[in-house]
Design a protein around this ligand. Structure first.
Ligand SMILES: [Zn+2]
Ligand SMILES: [Zn+2]
Length: 121
């Protein structure tokens, strides 16, 4: 950053391109020089627009669901899993959960196992 000698420090607004004294920029803790990229004039206009648009859009904002619903193969009950958990399972090529509880899994295995064990001798 080059400051003009003798004069007050100025900054170029990245929005309107005008050089203005630092005081014309809103404070911004995240910025390296402690000032926002846009001058107050641009910032006010933009935020007014932003809030106007936000107000219009507000009811339409839908967050992506965080949970995925799967159905238990034994009891048909709904199981909720974290979406990130399901996605990481898929990425690893692992099986998706099929039963809501160890009991349901056990029942499903018994159901498969029973016919082959039935009356062999
Ligand atoms: Zn500006
Ligand atoms: Zn179940």
């Amino acid at each position: 950053m080059t400051l003009p000698e003798g004069g007050p420090p100025v900054k170029r607004c990245t929005h309107c391109g005008e050089e203005k004294p630092l005081d014309a920029f809103p404070r911004d803790r995240d910025s390296p020089d402690g000032r926002f990229w846009w001058c107050k004039t641009c910032n006010n206009a933009a935020s007014r627009e932003y809030y106007a648009r936000k107000k219009e859009e507000a009811p339409a904002i839908v967050k992506p669901p965080k949970w995925v619903a799967l159905t238990c193969e034994t009891c048909g009950g709904e199981m909720r899993y974290r979406r990130s958990d399901i996605e990481s399972r898929k990425r690893r090529g692992g099986p998706l959960p099929r039963f809501c509880s160890p009991r349901c899994r056990g029942r499903a295995q018994r159901r498969v196992a029973e016919p082959s064990r039935a009356r062999r001798g």
